[in-house]
Design a protein around this ligand. Structure first.
Ligand SMILES: Nc1ncnc2c1ncn2[C@@H]1O[C@H](COP(=O)(O)OP(=O)(O)OP(=O)(O)O)[C@@H](O)[C@H]1O
Length: 262
């Protein structure tokens, strides 16, 4: 874990939930700066757990992680907050504040950097307002800046979430099934946007995706997880949809087990 050019370095990461379930069984991974990576795997493979453990939204039970060369595991709250400032998180269900406008949600992305004055409209500095409008324009929503986000479509809400994470000026975006709630056309648009903004700004992206075709089309590296282990790691250009089908076969088995157990 010595090379500082890596955006993400993970060694021996394990996660055992309190019910005894081992969701990550020792993950080693290195992602270079600016890389676009898809995490694929059936339901329950450990994709969300890996993303969450990487920034300690969940506390891993063993192993080490670094982001941009900085130790994530084992550090105190202040160091962790500093690291998280550079990490945008895009979720399946957008995680926006429903009753606020698109603009105010995007401004919220600057809170870690600019402080809580960004939460009070009258106190938001003019350069922050300008940057928020630029971020909204970049995702194609400048004309809907004043609309409450719960009155936007799912695709538009995910664009707001991307604009909010751009407002953080992130070095890394972790996206947990960013298009799972969207129809195929909106999903395609959001994946294109995520890929394009990341490429323009040199942002590293790790996205958990169920849509194999999006993973192959919009990312450059495919990481396959099965039962908490990496079982495939190769260039998207060398991967076919057939290579990934086996992951989803296992998913069906997992669903059947859950059905039996319930
Ligand atoms: N809080 C929890 N307590 C106990 N077990 C959990 C918890 N969260 C997740 N798990 C289990 O850990 C395993 C990995 O879950 P995780 O959500 O990381 O998988 P995933 O690959 O993201 O799945 P999906 O595609 O369904 O989102 C699953 O078996 C899941 O049931």
């Amino acid at each position: 874990m010595t090379n500082l050019s890596a955006a993400v370095e993970i060694q021996g990461l394990q996660m055992r939930y309190s019910n005894g379930h081992q969701a990550l069984a020792g993950v080693d991974l290195r992602v270079d700066s600016g890389q676009l990576v898809a995490l694929v795997g059936a339901n329950g493979a450990g994709k969300s757990t890996l993303l969450r453990c990487l920034i300690r939204l969940q506390e891993p039970t063993a192993g080490q992680a670094r982001i941009g060369g900085a130790e994530v595991t084992g550090v105190g709250g202040r160091a962790l907050r500093r690291i998280r400032r550079d990490v945008g998180f895009v979720f399946q269900r957008f995680n926006l504040v429903d009753r606020l406008s698109a603009f105010r949600n995007v401004v919220n992305g600057a809170v870690a950097r600019e402080g809580t004055r960004c939460v009070v409209p009258a106190l938001v500095p003019s350069e922050v307002r300008l940057e928020a409008m630029e971020c909204l324009a970049r995702v194609g929503l400048a004309d809907l800046a004043d609309r409450r986000v719960d009155r936007l479509s799912g695709g538009q809400q995910q664009r707001v979430a991307i604009a909010r994470s751009l407002m953080q000026r992130p070095k890394l975006i972790l996206a947990d099934e960013p298009v799972a709630s969207l129809d195929p056309v909106a999903g395609q648009g959001v994946m294109e946007l995520l890929r394009d903004v990341a490429t323009e700004r040199g942002i590293t992206v790790i996205a958990a995706l169920h849509q194999v075709e999006f993973a192959l089309e919009h990312t450059e590296r495919i990481i396959g997880l099965k039962a908490g282990r990496i079982v495939l790691d190769q260039a998207a250009s060398l991967t076919s949809a057939g290579d990934l089908a086996e992951f989803y076969g296992a998913g069906l088995e997992h669903e059947r087990k859950l059905e039996k157990a319930s």
